[in-house]
Design a binder for this molecule. Structure first.
Ligand code: PA5
Length: 472
């Protein structure tokens, strides 16, 4: 599909980050001037890094022609032959597929009759709650299900345990030969166990390119295959992402939206704003907040800077949904501590319009709603909340999507990945590692007896022994 770039460009309104809107709580032009050289350096670091090392994700929109063709062909076969598509993965191997599905498919997709769906029913199993696994078995039919096992490391306990359960169930129900046609592996080409298993069993396999970390992987087969299966225009997503990359080429902060957003957030962090709230006003964008929470939290939450000196930086991501959370969290945002930056996401044109019906003529306080649309109502509520938060002098800014489609969704993903990279560069940390996550993974291996983790088990036993005194 062709998209009109200019009409679909995202906009960033950062008026309410500035002192002109929120007084002394806000930023001034001087704040930007004071860090001009830091900004220039962060820009250069990100620009030079694109496509290199752990920034392999920054060239994905233009380097996957053959992969995309394979994905589209595979997705077509899956749509023809399967009624259920189940992703087994966690963290970066699940949150992108969930966000894209929610953003770009019918909001009650799985409940639609088959003829109205663009693909099989879709499930992402990103937990190891036994009740959830059992519930999945109650709603799928194994002989009509394709499983996509996604793990970059090829060894994550959660995903590999799910794989073992599914594989044994399929073998038992369908026989080994048929079972192997129901599993697609998405993993690293040359690391971990899944690739070895996939080769041994003869699974169709897609590769996660080197330099693409879990939380930066939605635009590679991790996200593209599940998206294509449910009928999302993955080429449109990549075009949108490329457009945002093009925008990020400018070294002029006033023209480079992700750079501006990264700098704003950096300046806010420096002023002690330790919480980053993401509040989209669209149900379709509800789970982009989960994806962002991982991206922002894992990338910036670090204890050492690039010189190896302690820094303990980061900003805690918080998820909210407009308008739902106006009736839950906004009281805190307005009147609570000055420790947050709120990112609103608005949509100019929703994909449908719903008129508020006439009625209640004798009740003026209800009847005023008649003649309006839900579209007007949600816009009014977003603007009203922005107004209230700004009046309370809390830092906030708004990203506007002209509409929500594959192109703008791709733009948004790339916008956040670039913004995160710029903020990480300004903070002078390694944006792309996650030693804190790895530590937990290793401890799980140790607790469950994985060979090679005996020392970690001893460390855990020692730590647990110490804790016993304080158990009630
Ligand atoms: O961002 C990351 O790298 C991690 O959070 C991973 O996405 C997560 O731990 C899952 O890892 P894997 O894809 O290796 O199973």
């Amino acid at each position: 599909m062709r998209y009109n770039k200019r009409e679909l460009k995202l906009r960033l309104d950062y008026n309410n980050m500035m002192s002109s809107s929120i007084g002394k709580e806000g930023l001034s032009e001087k704040d930007f001037r004071n860090i001009e050289s830091e900004i220039a350096k962060a820009y250069t670091v990100v620009e030079a890094g694109k496509g290199i090392g752990m920034m392999g994700w920054a060239t994905l929109p233009s380097t996957q022609k053959d992969v995309v063709s394979d994905i589209i062909a595979t997705a077509k076969e899956i749509r023809k032959n399967y009624e259920y598509f189940v992703v087994l993965g966690i963290g970066g191997s699940a949150l992108g597929p969930i966000a894209a599905f929610q953003a770009l498919c019918h909001l009650h997709y799985n409940d639609l009759p088959k003829r109205k769906r663009r693909g099989p029913k879709f499930y992402v199993e990103d937990n190891v709650d036994p009740e959830r696994m059992r519930s999945l078995f109650d709603v799928i039919e194994p002989e009509k299900t394709m499983f996509n096992v996604i793990t970059k490391s090829g060894s994550t306990s959660e995903t590999m345990s799910q794989y073992l359960i599914i594989k044994s169930m399929l073998d038992e129900k369908l026989g080994k030969e048929e079972a192997n046609k129901h599993i697609i592996a998405t993993t690293s080409k040359d690391a971990g166990n899944l690739i070895k298993i996939a080769k041994e069993e003869g699974y169709k396999t897609f590769y996660i390119p080197n330099g693409v970390g879990g939380r930066f992987s939605e635009l590679c087969p991790v996200g593209l295959l599940p998206a294509a299966v449910v009928g999302i225009d993955i080429e449109g997503m990549l075009q949108g992402a490329q457009y945002m990359l093009d925008i990020s080429e400018s070294d002029n902060i006033k023209k480079n939206m992700p750079l501006m957003a990264g700098v704003l957030q950096y300046l806010a962090i420096k002023r002690g704003k330790n919480i980053s709230v993401m509040m989209p006003y669209a149900d379709g964008l509800k789970y982009i907040s989960d994806w962002y929470a991982q991206l922002w939290g894992e990338s910036l939450g670090k204890n050492l800077d690039l010189d190896g000196k302690p820094c303990n930086v980061g900003q805690t991501p918080v998820k909210a949904l407009g308008v739902t959370d106006q009736h839950s969290q906004v009281q805190l945002y307005a009147e609570g501590p000055f420790d947050k930056v709120i990112t609103f996401i608005g949509v100019d044109k929703y994909r449908t319009e719903v008129k508020i019906s006439d009625g209640c003529e004798n009740f003026k306080d209800v009847n005023f709603l008649c003649g309006h649309t839900m579209n007007e109502l949600i816009q009014a509520e977003r603007m009203a909340t922005e107004f209230a938060i700004t009046k309370a002098r809390k830092m906030n800014h708004t990203i506007m999507l002209p509409e929500l489609n594959a192109f703008t969704f791709g733009e948004l993903l790339m916008f956040f990945m670039l913004k995160t990279s710029y903020t990480g560069a300004l903070l002078r940390i390694d944006t792309f590692n996650q030693p804190g996550v790895e530590e937990g993974k290793k401890a799980t291996y140790a607790l469950l007896g994985r060979p090679g983790f005996e020392d970690k088990k001893a460390e855990l036993d020692k730590a647990q022994a110490k804790q016993k005194k304080f158990i009630m």
